[in-house]
Design a protein around this ligand. Structure first.
Ligand code: ZN
Length: 413
């Protein structure tokens, strides 16, 4: 979706504010000769920015307002290196709560609801965001934070919580406990707000069924306010993103080319009115696509599809971008095939072609040859790339407690 005139004006004002502030980005823009934007073409010339920039600017190098305007900081911990610090002004905190309250409203939550908040409080943006949005809406916040399942269940029953906010793993754990203890009749939950990450349909269905609730995916990241910048509506056709606060683009993570609506790539977000730490064209590394057209609910906010994974996990075969999650999805549709798999990519010098080899596991009742044929034809029809497929017995592939490496690229070997 092309940037609107109104959004352009906001970006223009933001760039001027950044330059005046003398912060980290003022230097970046001065060097690039950027003084403002007045057309969509100008906007497209603004360089992308990434988490690495925020680390370079540690601790407060991206602050774009005087100290007396900053009321709070949040921090996102990277897996490596320095954390990222994001300063917020009173207006930023207010705007975030406004967006979050809007998320609750879109999910059909009202001031009569009782919202049990299990994401963590502290330096990161989770718990406090859920809380501020809840208070703004006028609902009752039950600020539990994570863990202590005994107490969670006690409060859920005694206070008759109607909404649970959690990560998908914690929601699953609670659902399992409620099931195990036979507490389903005692709980009053109606809706779950789940921090957006890629999670399987099976997990989603289990939680929804065991708890008897509707589930909503809430999107956000610390660098861009925090969770609460977008959510699904009851029509469940993607997450509405608030275009009065943010401009969203989808890019090819390798060529950095902006992709048209409907095509899958990396989400890039521009804050339009953020004061403490404005970010223009920030690469989230989250993969999704902008759903074309308007939602059947009638809201005009643009929509992002479910997050498909991280661009860091992407690989390319014969010019086609592929993600492990897409392969996983195909495997999930084949009867008897497990969710464990391995992808090897190699270059065949004789034919001068890249070769993709998928190793999947299937249980004993499945004909391995037929399963392999099925996977091959599904991959071929989806990506127009014919893989080699090996189907092996269950528990052949290594399991890992941590994130399992799925893709092995041997092309540089
Ligand atoms: Zn909608």
């Amino acid at each position: 979706m092309e940037i609107s005139k109104k959004q352009l004006d906001l970006v223009d004002a933001q760039i001027k504010r950044i330059i005046d502030s003398g912060n980290y980005y003022s230097e970046v823009y001065k060097k690039a000769g950027i003084t403002g934007v007045s057309t969509p073409e100008d906007f497209k010339k603004i360089p992308f920015t990434d988490k690495a920039d925020l680390r370079n600017a540690y601790p407060l190098g991206i602050q774009a307002v005087p100290d007396e305007k900053v009321v709070r900081i949040h921090s996102s911990s990277g897996t490596t290196g320095k954390p990222v610090i994001i300063p917020y002004t009173a207006k930023d905190v207010e705007d975030w709560a406004t967006m979050f309250a809007r998320c609750y409203e879109i999910a059909g939550i009202t001031s009569k609801d009782r919202i049990q908040i299990t994401p963590g409080y502290g330096l990161w943006t989770a718990g406090i965001g859920f809380q501020a949005g809840c208070e703004k809406l006028g609902a009752m916040a039950i600020p539990m934070g994570p863990g202590n399942t005994e107490k969670q269940l006690q409060m859920m029953i005694d206070l008759e919580s109607t909404v649970i906010c959690a990560t998908s793993s914690y929601a699953l754990l609670l659902a399992e406990e409620i099931n195990k203890r036979g507490l389903k009749d005692k709980i009053k939950l109606k809706k779950g707000i789940i921090g957006s990450e890629r999670w399987s349909e099976a997990k989603r269905n289990y939680i929804a069924k065991e708890l008897g609730i509707e589930l909503y995916d809430i999107y956000g990241l610390t660098e861009i306010y925090g969770p609460g910048i977008g959510i699904n509506c009851p029509d469940q056709t993607g997450m509405h993103i608030f275009d009065d606060f943010l401009y969203t683009e989808i890019i090819d993570p390798q060529t950095l080319e902006v992709l048209p609506d409907g095509e899958e790539g990396e989400i890039v977000i521009t804050t339009l009115v953020k004061e403490g730490a404005p970010l223009i064209r920030f690469r989230t590394h989250d993969l999704s696509r902008i759903l074309p057209g308007q939602c059947s609910c009638g809201r005009s906010y643009p929509r992002l599809d479910t997050i498909r994974g991280r661009s860091d996990d992407m690989f390319k075969i014969h010019g086609v971008n592929m993600f492990p999650s897409q392969v996983e999805e195909i495997l999930g549709s084949v009867d008897g095939v497990s969710s464990e798999y391995k992808i090897d990519i190699a270059h065949d010098n004789n034919s001068n072609k890249d070769i993709i080899m998928i190793t999947a596991e299937a249980d004993g009742r499945v004909d391995f040859m037929m399963a392999a044929d099925k996977i091959r034809s599904l991959v071929k029809s989806r990506f127009n790339v014919t893989p080699k497929v090996a189907v092996v017995s269950l528990n052949t592939l290594p399991r890992s407690e941590k994130k399992t490496q799925r893709v092995f690229d041997h092309r540089g070997d």
